[in-house]
Design a protein around this ligand. Structure first.
Ligand code: FMN
Length: 385
C-alpha cells in the first residue's frame, strides 16, 4: 500500500512494510494456533450495534472520569512490550501522543525506555510483572511512584509464558541461527535500521538494567523472561503489591467472573478483562465473550477495563456496550507507532475518536455514561453473547 492510512488495518500494512520481520511477527502474532487472537477480533466485530434515529445527536461528548481525572475519551494505550524497538525511543513518542490526546499510556515493564525517560515526556501509568526477584518488583514500584505514575497495572496472566510459533520461525526465539537471520531481516529494512537501530539507541531494556546490565540485547530479554517469570504467583502477592502501592491498582488479565470477584475483594481498584491479546493460553474465550459476565460480577465495585481485538472506535463502543468502563488499545496503537511514530499514534487516536462519535450518534447516545447494553442489537439475528 502507499503512504496513506485511513484505518488501523492500513497501519498494520505499513508496519509490516517497515519493521524487520522478527519484530513485525512478535507484534502481530499470538500463541500456538492463534485461535484466541482471531476470536478476539472476530467476536468483537460480530457484536451487532442497534441503530437508532431522530434523537438529536448534534453534540457528542466522549469525555469520561476515571480515578479522579477527566480524560478525553474512555480509551488508553495498553502496555505493549518492545515498543521502543518499533520506533525511535518509541515509548516516549507514544507517551507524547497520549498526553496530547489527554488519554493514559500504560508503560510495559519490558520497554526500551525506562519509566524515568518516559516520565520526562509525560508520566505514564506503569505495568508491572511479578518476577522471582521480589526485591526488583519492590524497586520498580518505588520507581513508578517517584516518576509520578498515575496507576499501576499488575499483569497476572503470564505465570508461565505461552509459546508463540511465529517467534521461532522468525528467529526471535530459540534458534542458534536466529541472530544471523535477524541481521538479514534488519538489512532488508534500511529505513527502520537508520531510524531505530542507529538513531534509536540504546536498544536495550531501560527498566531491567539493574538486572541485565546496560547493554542487554534482545536474546538476553527473552532468556530472562523465560527464567524469571514466577509460576508461584498468587493472591498473596497481589496483597503484597497493594500494601506497597497507594495509588490506583488495576489487575490485568482477568477472564473469569470468580477471579474478577477475588480481584475486587483484593483491594484492587480495577481489572482488565484480557487474554493478553491471544498471546498466552490459546483456546480461551475472546474478551468480548468474557466481558459481560465479569461486568455482571463486579460492576460498581471495581472499574472494568477491557482489551483484545479493538481495531476501531466502533469496537471501543462495542466494548463499552458489553460492560467496560474503559478500553485499552494494544496492537492498534503499536502498528501506528511502527509506521509513523508519534504522528501515527496521534492519527489512530483521531480515527478512534471520529469512529466512536459516529457509532454513538447512530446508536442514539451522546455521552459515554449513556452507553450500556441498550446500544447492542439483541434481536438474535446476529451473534448472541
Ligand atoms: C507485542 C505485544 C507486546 C505486549 N506486551 C505486554 C506487556 O509487556 N505487558 C502486558 O501486560 N501486556 C502486554 N501485551 C498485551 C497487551 O497489553 C493487550 O492485552 C493486548 O495487546 C490486547 O489485544 P490487541 O492487541 O488485540 O488489542 C502485549 C501485546 C502485544 C501485541
Amino acid at each position: 500500500m502507499t503512504g496513506k492510512a485511513a484505518s488501523v488495518s492500513d497501519y498494520r500494512a505499513l508496519a509490516k512494510a517497515r519493521l524487520p520481520r522478527f519484530l513485525f511477527e512478535y507484534l502481530d502474532g499470538g500463541s500456538y494456533d492463534e485461535v484466541t487472537l482471531r476470536r478476539n477480533v472476530e467476536d468483537l466485530q460480530s457484536v451487532a450495534l442497534r441503530q437508532r434515529v431522530l434523537r438529536d445527536v448534534s453534540e457528542i461528548d466522549l469525555s469520561t472520569e476515571l480515578f479522579g481525572k477527566s480524560w478525553a475519551m474512555p480509551v488508553g494505550l495498553g502496555p505493549v512490550g518492545l515498543s521502543g524497538f518499533y520506533a525511535r525511543r518509541g515509548e516516549v513518542q507514544a507517551a507524547k501522543a497520549a498526553a496530547a490526546a489527554n488519554i493514559p499510556l500504560a508503560l510495559s515493564t519490558l520497554s526500551a525506555c525506562s519509566i524515568a525517560e518516559v516520565a520526562r515526556a509525560a508520566p505514564p501509568w506503569f505495568q508491572l510483572y511479578i518476577v522471582k526477584d521480589r526485591g526488583f518488583v519492590s524497586a520498580m514500584i518505588e520507581r513508578a511512584r517517584e516518576a509520578g505514575c498515575g496507576a499501576l497495572l499488575l499483569t497476572v496472566d503470564l505465570a508461565v509464558p505461552g509459546t508463540r510459533y511465529r517467534d521461532y520461525r522468525s528467529g526471535l526465539s530459540g534458534s542458534i541461527r536466529g541472530k544471523a537471520s535477524r541481521f538479514r531481516q534488519v538489512a532488508a529494512r534500511p529505513g527502520w535500521a537508520w531510524d531505530v537501530a542507529v538513531h534509536g539507541r540504546p536498544l536495550t531494556f531501560g527498566n531491567l538494567e539493574p538486572l541485565l546490565g546496560a547493554g542487554a540485547a534482545l536474546e538476553d530479554l527473552m532468556g530472562w523472561v523465560g527464567a524469571n517469570f514466577d509460576a508461584s504467583v498468587s493472591w498473596a502477592d497481589v496483597e503484597w503489591v497493594r500494601a506497597q502501592w497507594k495509588g490506583p491498582l488495576i489487575i490485568k488479565g482477568i477472564l473469569d467472573p470468580d477471579d474478577a470477584r477475588a480481584a475486587a475483594s483484593s483491594g484492587a481498584d480495577g481489572v482488565v478483562v484480557s487474554n493478553h491479546g491471544g498471546r498466552q493460553l490459546d483456546g480461551v474465550s475472546s474478551t468480548a465473550r468474557a466481558l459481560p459476565a465479569v461486568s455482571d460480577a463486579i460492576a460498581g465495585r471495581s472499574k472494568i477495563f477491557a482489551d483484545g481485538g479493538v481495531r476501531s472506535g466502533l469496537d471501543v463502543v462495542r466494548m463499552l456496550g458489553l460492560g467496560a468502563d474503559f478500553v485499552l488499545l494494544g496492537r492498534a496503537w503499536a502498528y501506528a507507532l511502527a509506521a509513523r511514530g508519534e504522528a501515527g499514534v496521534a492519527h489512530v487516536l483521531k480515527l478512534i475518536e471520529a469512529e466512536m462519535k459516529v457509532a454513538m450518534a447512530l446508536t442514539g447516545v451522546t455521552r459515554i455514561e449513556q452507553i450500556d447494553e441498550q446500544i447492542l442489537d439483541r434481536s438474535g439475528n446476529q451473534a448472541t453473547f
